[in-house]
Structures are given as C-alpha cells and as structure tokens.
Ligand binder design. Structure first.
Ligand code: ADP
Length: 782
C-alpha cells in the first residue's frame, strides 16, 4: 500500500478504563492499579513511550489479555504527578496507532510487541479523498453547530489540517462517541477508511441531535403555550375587572340573553336572570360559581312562565270522561260536575279547593286525573306524605351547596304549563309531622289571594300559581289542620261494595292490566266467582288498589305460563286461584255460630273499610271493677263507662242484683280486628254485651249494631254507615241496628244489600235490647 511503513517495538502497556486515546491527542488520566504503575515506571526508564489500549469493560479491575482491544495508541509520557495516595496523574500525547502482535509478559506489568503502521503525510490526496474530507468537515461543522458542546475554535483549528488521517483523528477525539465507536475509528488504519467510518458516525450523530432538538423545541413550545394562555387569562381577568358591571364578551352569555329575550319572562324575573347572566360572563371559565349560576338560569328558563293550556269547559264532555274512567261514584261525579260548572260560570271566581276524602284505592287520584283530562289541562301530583320540612315545599336558598327548588316548583316544571291540575296527595299525612312554618307554606300555596306571588327560596322571584287548579286528597279529615280544611270543599269517596268491586274489576281493572301486560282479552279468562274470591280472601280494603295488584299478579303469571307452556288461553277459576295468588290471606269474621250470653256483634269503621267487631263481657265476683282489654281506644273506655252508668240507672227494670256494681267485676274484651276509628260507635254494643252478661240473657247471633250511647241510654248517630252495613252483609248478619239519625245515610247503601238485610233504626237502648236479646219464648231457637 502506498506510503505505508511499519515499525515493531516492545512497549509496556496500560489498559485504560472508558477512555480512548487518538494520535495527536494530548490528555491526562490517573493511574492507580499496581500493574499500570509498574508499566509507567518501565516506560520512564526507556524512552517514555507507552502503549495505551482501552478495556472492553471499564469495570474489570484485573484485566487479562482478552479484556482489552488489540489496537491502541503509542503515546509519549509528557508529565507525571504523584497524587495523594498511590495514584499518579499522567499527561500523554498520542503518537501513532499500533496493533499488538504478541503479548510478551503479563507480570509485573503488561509488555507487548506492537506494530505501528504509519501512513506518511505525503499520502496522495485524490479527488475522491478531497471530496470525502470536505464532506467530513461540513458534517463536523454541522455537528458543532447543533451539538452546542464543542467550541468554535476547535472547528477553526480542524479546518487547517491538511493530512486526511490526522483530520479524522482530531475530529474523532473531539466527538462524543461510545467507546466501541471510537475503537472502530482507531482500528481504521488507512486514512480514507478512517474518514469514511468517521463520516458515517458524524451523519448518524447529526441525525440524532436533530431529533433531540426537535423534541426539545416541541416541549418548549408546549410550555410556552401554557404560559401564554395563563398570561392571557390573567390579563382578561384584569380587563374584566376594570370593565366592572358592563359585562364581558362571551358566547355563553349571548346565548343565554337570546333565550331570555325569547322566553318573554315577567319583567322582574327577566331583570333578575339578566343580572345573573352578566355575573356569569365575568367569571373565569370553569369556576364553580359559574355552574351554580348556570343551573339557576336553566331552572328559570325551563319554567312555564307563559305556557298555558287552553281550558275546555264543557260539562257534557267532563261527564263523559268521568263516566268512562270510573264505575259508580254517582254522588262524587255529580259534586265534581257542579264544581266545574260553577267555575265555568264565574271564570275567575276563586272557588274552594276540592278535597277528596276516602280510604286508599277508591279512585281519588284517578278522579283528579280525569278532571285534568276533561279540562284539557296537564296533570301533576305531589305526595305530602312524610313531608316535614318547609324546604321541601319552598326549596333551599341558593347559598346551600346543591340547592334546588322546592317540590312545588319542580312539579310545575314537570307539568310544563302554568295552569295544570295539581294534586296534593295525602294532605292528612302531612299534617301529622308538619308543624309551624311548613303548614303555612302550604296554606300560602293554596290561598288564591297569595299564590299569585308564590316565592320559592331557590328561585328568589315569585311564580304565579293562581292559574293552577289544586286538588287535595286525604284518607280522613281528622288530622288536617283547621285553616287548611276551611279552604277546602270536602267530597267523600267511600268504599265499594263487593258487587261494585266485581264490576270495577271486570270492566276496568282487568282490561287495564291485560293491556299493561301485553296480553289480549281472549288470552285470560277469570270467572266472576273467582273475582269474588279474590276480593274476599286476598284483599281487605274499601278501595280496589290491592284487588288491582292481585289482578296484575295473575296477569304476570298468566303471561309467563303462555310463554313457557305455549298455552293460548289461561283460565283462572276458584279451584286454581291458589296457584296464582298463594294461600288466601283473609277470612272475614262470620256471625257467631249460636246465640251467646255476653257476646255482642258491633260494626266498626276502620281505615280499610267496615268490619264486624265482636265484644265479649264476663262478670266475676269482685268489688265493682271495670276491666277493659283488647283493642281499646280511650274513647271506647269512656263509652263503656257510659254504658255501665245507663245500666245502673235501669237496675230495676232489668232485674239486676241491686249491688252488682259492688260485688262483681266486669271484664270487657274486644278480641281482634283493626283499631276502630270511631270509638264511640261501639257504645250500644258494649252496653248490650254487659247487660247480657249481668242478666244471663243470650244475644241473637245474627244481629249487629252500631251507635253511640248517652248516660240515659239515648242512641246517637255515627259515621261510616255504608261501610258498616256492607261489612255486616259480608259476615252473614241478618239484622242491623242503626241510630235513627243515620236514616239519611241509607241511600248510599246499594239496593240489593238493603233487600237482603233487615235494617232497624233505634232511638234508645231499650229498643236495642228488644232486638238484640233473645226473649224467653225464642229460646228454643238455640
Ligand atoms: P286513591 O287515589 O283513592 O288511593 P287510585 O285513584 O290510585 O286510588 O285508584 C286505584 C286504582 O283503582 C286505579 O287504578 C283506579 O283507576 C282504580 N279505580 C278506583 N276506583 C275506580 C272506579 N270507580 N272505577 C274504575 N276504576 C277505579
């Protein structure tokens, strides 16, 4: 090869850790390992030449021949400095690259025969080499520019180098490269080859640096953007603060303003929301307060401030709808039609509010719905049962976190018009746990004088409720606060007879449930007797709510059977009813089996309707105590005492032992049954039982009675006549004794029942005894 000279010599060797030395390079390193120090000493006594090669792994402490590269640099030791400890700092200058030919010794230091390969400075620079040199220089320039780690002076000094091999070595010594890469350059003995390897590394490094630079720039841009946004936001805030009440520029605010304008709100309301929207515009985006304001403005905009349905005040139509939806209820329907007629005549007259009173499931809600339908108004319902907090009615102030309007305003929103029929359900339940202010809130709501300006704490602006038609329902009147009751027109909806229930089931409940369960009428057949059995054995109610539930259960099971067994028709009869509803739940008290002393049958009115009530009395030796046990209210006890007083006044006539109230204890017991709501009505029953017990005269088994008793034995009227008579009929009673003053109520009792029962009106206890006690000549009946 042109210009190539070789030279062999024997030199001490030092393996370097993580460091490569190129020819022409001046650098210092520290030597600490014993072997290396010995090598240094050996070099110093010769001509200060040493062979430097690099360890493949910097971590190896005691390297052997395999642990260092075979190509390294012959260097001249220029200076040595003893460091504290045993280490020595050496300054060397690289002279020429050489290859180990033979390792001469390993101890006490490495000694090797190396072969230098020298390409003279005079190597011919052809065009190709020239081009390569320029390319390398250009690339290095580029590298220096991007890397930022090499000073421009180095670039200057490099450009003056003319020898290609030297150029490569100098550039390589300045570059940041991996040991393996440096070694590759070192092992390229021919200058051209060396330049090529170097060029490859240069291009690669440039590429990597460029990618690095791009990544950096990107990260920086992102940081800058965030900073800019933050800065702009701060500025915007400052500007908005400066502008004060004059509002900012924002799309959301504009959108709201447009909606507000379209909504044509009452003036006061409009002013209020506009103010809120202005506040919203001024808030920093994403602030918590903003969402509170948004919810508020949305509420306002969602309320039907101007939306109103057009009333259809057509009495004929109303009648048709009421009849279509409900069976029977003749008097109730008439009362409602009268009420509607009055409203029609005097359109703006603030009439009283209807209160439908009756046991559950008699159709109160459904009547209210029909009224809404007949008037062509929307319908909303709000149950007052369990409401105990004024805030439930009037809402919470907006300062509460998560506040919303009260239930009235919520219901109005749901109704979607400002004149719906609004049903307050269970107004009697509210009164029991409702004290002070909340009741007042309800009063204000219902009062036509005040509800024009109904204020909800959340809304803060009044809403006009005067166009709403309020209807209330209650199970009983007893617990409704007086001032509320005074505003209402009470319409009683009493319970249904078995006959009525059968028709309601057949004509209304069954078709309704069949439809709701996606069945067809021909799919399900329930006989009339089956319906009667459901009524008597599975329900105990005045209304038809549970009846409807039981029918729904049958429909559900029938639907399942049709799917599972592919049956086309499901027939339910008294025999297989158990399969659908389980074992019967109720058994009505039947009349006593025989006439007995001390047992009288009374009639009671309970929340779920009428029932019979058997009262038992025994007497025993004692000192005149009156003992009461069983289901007894205070009122019942009083009427028991009234009965005893009457009896004492009649001792002679009744042929009672004169001192019975001193020598006998009287024990009154009411065995079972629901708690009667009208205590006094058991008065005559108790008196009869006591007299029977004292006189030992039995009572007719199929006579039942109801009535209050005075001290002198007068019989006073009581309530719930219809329910009571129905219950008597159900229990198989033949004769019913009622107070004479209840004669007016008899109309309510259906004809067919009146025909089956003997109803006797009594004025005085004497008459009661006459009908109830078994006369001597009748005794053979027993
Ligand atoms: P309430 O409000 O009195 O508790 P609902 O109005 O909820 O009772 O009535 C319960 C169910 O009985 C409803 O499905 C209703 O349609 C039905 N219902 C009640 N009375 C009648 C009736 N006279 N004619 C037809 N269906 C009735």
């Amino acid at each position: 090869m042109e210009g190539r000279k070789t030279k062999r010599e024997s030199l001490p060797l030092i393996p370097l850790r993580g460091l490569s030395v190129f020819p022409y390079m001046v650098l210092h390193f520290d030597v600490g390992r014993e072997k290396s120090i010995h090598a240094l000493e050996e070099a110093m006594v010769n001509d200060q030449l040493i062979f430097l090669t690099t360890q493949k792994e910097a971590e190896t402490d005691l390297p052997t021949a395999e642990d260092f590269y075979q190509v390294g640099t012959v260097a001249k030791i220029k200076q040595m400095l003893k460091l504290p400890g045993d280490a020595i700092r050496v300054l060397v200058e690289g002279i020429s690259r050489a290859r180990i030919v033979k390792l001469l010794q390993e101890d006490p230091f490495f000694q090797a025969e190396v072969e230098e390969e020298i390409f003279g400075e005079e190597i011919k620079i052809d065009k190709e080499l020239e081009a390569l040199m320029r390319a390398v220089l250009d690339a290095f320039e580029n590298y220096v520019a991007i890397s930022n780690r090499i000073s421009p002076e180095i670039l200057m000094s490099v450009t003056t180098i003319e020898a290609p091999g030297r150029l490569a070595d100098v550039i390589a010594s300045h570059m940041i490269l991996k040991i393996e890469q440096k070694q590759e350059i070192l092992e390229a003995f021919h200058p051209k080859e060396r330049l090529e390897v170097l060029y490859r590394f240069l291009l690669r490094e440039i590429e990597i640096l460029e990618i690095e630079r791009e990544i950096n720039a990107k990260v920086k841009r992102q940081i800058n953007k965030l900073q800019k946004e933050y800065y702009l936001k701060e500025q915007l805030k400052a500007i908005q603060e400066e502008l004060g009440d004059y509002g900012g520029i924002d799309d959301e605010g504009e959108a709201y303003r447009e909606r507000i304008q379209k909504a044509k709100l009452p003036k006061k309301v409009e002013e209020k929301v506009l103010k809120e929207v202005d506040r919203l515009s001024r808030l920093a985006p994403g602030s918590a307060e903003g969402s509170v304001i948004r919810t508020y403005v949305d509420w306002i905009l969602d309320l039907p401030w101007n939306k109103q349905t057009k009333d259809q005040l057509d009495i004929q139509r109303a009648k048709a709808i009421l009849d279509e939806d409900h069976y029977g209820l003749k008097r109730v329907k008439e009362r409602i039609l009268e009420y509607l007629a009055i409203r029609q005549l005097a359109k703006d007259m603030k009439g009283p509010i209807i209160c439908l009173v009756g046991p559950p499931g008699v159709g109160k809600t459904s009547i209210a719905k029909s009224i809404a339908r007949s008037l062509n108004r929307n319908f909303v319902r709000m149950s007052l049962g369990g409401v105990r907090d004024e805030a439930e009615i009037r809402g919470h102030r907006r300062t509460y976190i998560g506040a919303i309007p009260g239930r009235i305003i919520s219901a109005i929103k749901e109704a979607g018009s400002k004149n719906p029929v609004f049903l307050f359900d269970e107004i009697d339940k509210l009164s029991s746990d409702f004290r002070g202010d909340p009741a007042a809130a309800l009063l204000e709501t219902l009062d036509p004088e005040q509800n024009k300006e109904f204020t909800d704490h959340y809304l803060e602006v009044p809403f006009d409720l005067s166009k709403v038609m309020f209807i209330t329902t209650a199970n009983s009147l007893g617990t409704i606060p007086r001032p509320l009751l005074d505003r209402m027109e009470v319409i009683e909806v009493s319970g249904y007879t078995e006959e009525e229930k059968v028709v309601i089931a057949q004509k209304y409940l069954l078709p309704k449930q069949i439809k709701e369960h996606a069945l067809k009428p021909e799919n399900l057949q329930i006989s009339e007797q089956t319906i009667r059995d459901i009524i008597n054995s599975y329900t105990r109610e005045s209304g038809v709510r549970n009846l409807e539930r039981q029918i729904a259960t049958i429909c559900r099971k029938a639907a399942r059977r049709m799917l599972e067994e592919k049956a086309k028709v499901v027939r339910v009869n008294p025999n297989n009813l158990k399969n659908y509803l389980g074992i019967p739940r109720f058994r009505y008290d039947k009349a006593q089996e025989k006439n007995e002393v001390g047992i009288a049958t009374g009639l009671a009115w309970t929340v779920v309707g009428g029932d019979t009530l058997s009262i038992e009395v025994t007497t025993m030796k004692g000192n005149g105590k009156l003992v009461l046990t069983g289901q007894l209210g205070d009122v019942m006890k009083e009427s028991a005492r009234a009965g005893i007083s009457y009896i004492r006044s009649k001792m002679e006539e009744l042929k009672l032992p004169e001192d019975f109230y001193q020598t006998l204890d009287i024990h009154i017991h009411i065995p079972e049954g629901a708690i009667p709501k009208d205590g006094p009505s058991a008065g005559i029953t108790m008196a009869t039982a006591v007299i029977s017990a004292l006189t030992n005269i039995p009572i007719h088994k199929n006579v039942a009675m109801t009535g209050e008793i005075t001290l002198r034995g007068r019989v006073l009227p009581v309530g719930g006549i219809k329910e009571k008579v129905l219950a008597a009929n159900r229990a198989g009673i033949k004769k019913v004794l009622l107070p004479v003053e209840n004669q007016k109520d008899i109309e309510e009792i259906p004809e067919n029942i009146r025909r089956k029962l003997e109803i006797v009106f009594v004025e005085h206890m004497d008459q009661v005894l006459e009908h109830a006690l078994v006369r001597k000549e009748e005794c053979h009946e027993n």
